[in-house]
Design a protein around this ligand. Structure first.
Ligand SMILES: Nc1ncnc2c1ncn2[C@@H]1O[C@H](COP(=O)(O)OP(=O)(O)OP(=O)(O)O)[C@@H](O)[C@H]1O
Ligand SMILES: [Mg+2]
Length: 463
């Protein structure tokens, strides 16, 4: 049987209320029978003590118990408290003892000196309470009380029943109230939860545009709705990005493949002769394709967190110096000058030297590609607080301000046609960003006072 959450919650509160009501009823009943019976017995004992003088007076007056044997109906008269003949008639009659209302005197018995019953309650039990009747120093009999054992008859029974009825009434009222509260709470709380559950189901089915109504407040249910909407939005964005990415990848692969295909067909048709020039061109296209596939592979590894890093303590000055030397020839042939401003003291960092070299190589590569002939590059490295700060400036052209925040997106090229001519797919800076993030650093792009672009890399310092 499939029970909804609302039904279960309702049942749980209901069962709790019933248990509480039952416990209340039982404890009221137990208390009543124990404490109330104890109270009645105390009252009965004081009534017994009050009766002793009357019974004694009766014996004294009649000179024995025979009058009671002959007329048992006199027994109840005898039990009444003696009236002090000498005293004035009291203005207010004293209230009858509580025990009288409960019928205590009906539980009295009178035994003679040999403990034979003369009058009263039939069978005095073993735990009966006794008081001797003493006349002139001689015990002439015993007044005996058979204690109450349970609340079973008369006024005390009515009182007990009223108590139990009140307990039941309270129990039933609590039960109804709890049921109403459970019903209300389950409807009010669970409706939004049900909405989220339905929406999650549809989201899992690929409906990324689904949202749930947001409620005011900061309780868990409102938080759940907010988080769900956030999750759905993220999934929707990721889905859009994934589609764009797939479209970009196929587009980027199709271009060099198309060029290759065209060149090969031209060779096959004899339109072009297979000479060194043609081979160089084919080789160039293959290299472009190869780099593209490599970069995509690296990025996909970085995205799943599988890009391996072998970190060790290193001096960033050495990494930068090595990379700059490797680009010496490229810079010269492009007519670019490089000004390296490295600090005199080491720039310690904890990182993967190979990946960091790849980072700076990508930046140098971009500066070589996108800086006009005869331009200049300046690399400044210094320590600031707990960080190593590296800035690479170059001269014109720069990147338009509105494009700056997008430079680190995959496949983004500021000036698509020019960048494509220079062989770029728009992946280099994305890879740089992944490398910097893997070193817990930051990378930003901004305009350079030299007229071009400034790439600013911040890496945590090792010491
Ligand atoms: N130093 C720079 N000066 C001017 N524009 C730049 C510079 N560096 C990058 N850009 C612009 O930013 C874009 C993105 O650079 P990124 O390195 O990510 O890709 P790419 O160089 O086009 O291709 P890839 O690096 O994948 O071969 C470039 O296409 C270029 O338009
Ligand atoms: Mg690049």
């Amino acid at each position: 049987m499939k029970l909804s959450l609302a039904t279960r919650l309702f049942a749980a509160v209901l069962v709790t209320a019933v248990a509480v009501a039952a416990a209340m009823g039982i404890s009221a009943h137990v208390n009543l029978s124990r404490d109330f019976v104890g109270y009645l017995n105390e009252q009965a004992v004081s009534r017994l003590e009050l009766a002793v003088p009357s019974v004694t007076a009766g014996y004294r007056e009649r000179g024995g118990w025979d009058f009671l044997r002959q007329r048992p109906e006199l027994w109840h008269q005898l039990l009444r408290p003696p009236v002090d003949k000498g005293a004035a008639v009291p203005a207010v009659k004293p209230p009858p003892p509580q025990a009288e209302l409960a019928g205590a005197s009906r539980r009295f018995s009178l035994l003679d000196e040999n403990r034979n019953r003369i009058a009263g309650f039939t069978d005095p039990v073993a735990e009966a309470i006794e008081r001797p009747i003493v006349v002139d120093g001689i015990t002439v009999g015993w007044l005996v009380l058979t204690p109450f054992e349970s609340v079973s008859s008369g006024a005390e029974k009515r009182f007990a029943d009223a108590q139990v009825r009140a307990a039941w009434a309270v129990g039933v009222a609590a039960l109804l109230l709890a049921a109403a509260v459970a019903f209300w709470v389950s409807r009010r709380l669970l409706r939004p939860v049900r909405q989220v559950a339905d929406a999650t189901h549809r989201l899992a089915g690929g409906e990324h545009g689904i949202r749930v109504p947001q409620r005011q407040g900061d309780d868990e249910v409102a938080q759940l709705a907010r988080d769900f909407n956030h999750l759905a939005l993220t999934l929707q964005r990721n889905e859009v990005m994934r589609r764009e990415f797939m479209a970009d990848v196929s587009h980027e692969l199709r271009t060099p493949l198309g060029v290759l295909q065209g060149e090969i067909e031209a060779l096959q048709d004899g339109v072009r002769s297979l000479d060194a020039q043609a081979l160089r061109s084919l080789h160039g296209e293959v290299i472009t394709l190869h780099k593209l596939v490599d970069d995509l592979y690296e990025l996909s590894l970085a995205d799943v967190g599988a890009l391996s890093y072998r970190k060790s303590a290193l001096d960033l000055r050495e990494v930068i110096d090595d990379t700059a030397s490797a680009f010496g020839e490229r810079l010269r042939s492009n007519g670019l000058s490089l000004q390296l401003e490295l600090p005199a003291e080491p720039l310690p960092a904890f990182g993967d030297a190979r990946r960091l070299r790849q980072l700076f190589a990508n930046l140098f590569e971009n500066s070589c590609r996108y800086t006009e002939q005869g331009g200049a590059l300046r690399l400044q490295a210094r320590r600031e607080g707990g960080h190593a700060l590296i800035e690479l400036h170059d001269s014109a052209p720069g990147v338009r301000a509105e494009h700056l925040p997008r430079l680190f997106e995959r496949f983004f090229r500021a000036e698509a046609s020019r960048s494509r001519r220079s062989g770029g797919a728009g992946l280099g800076l994305s890879i740089c960003q992944r490398i910097v993030e893997a070193h817990e650093g930051r990378i930003e792009a901004g305009p350079s006072p030299m007229g071009g672009l400034c790439l600013r890399v911040e890496l945590p310092s090792a010491a």
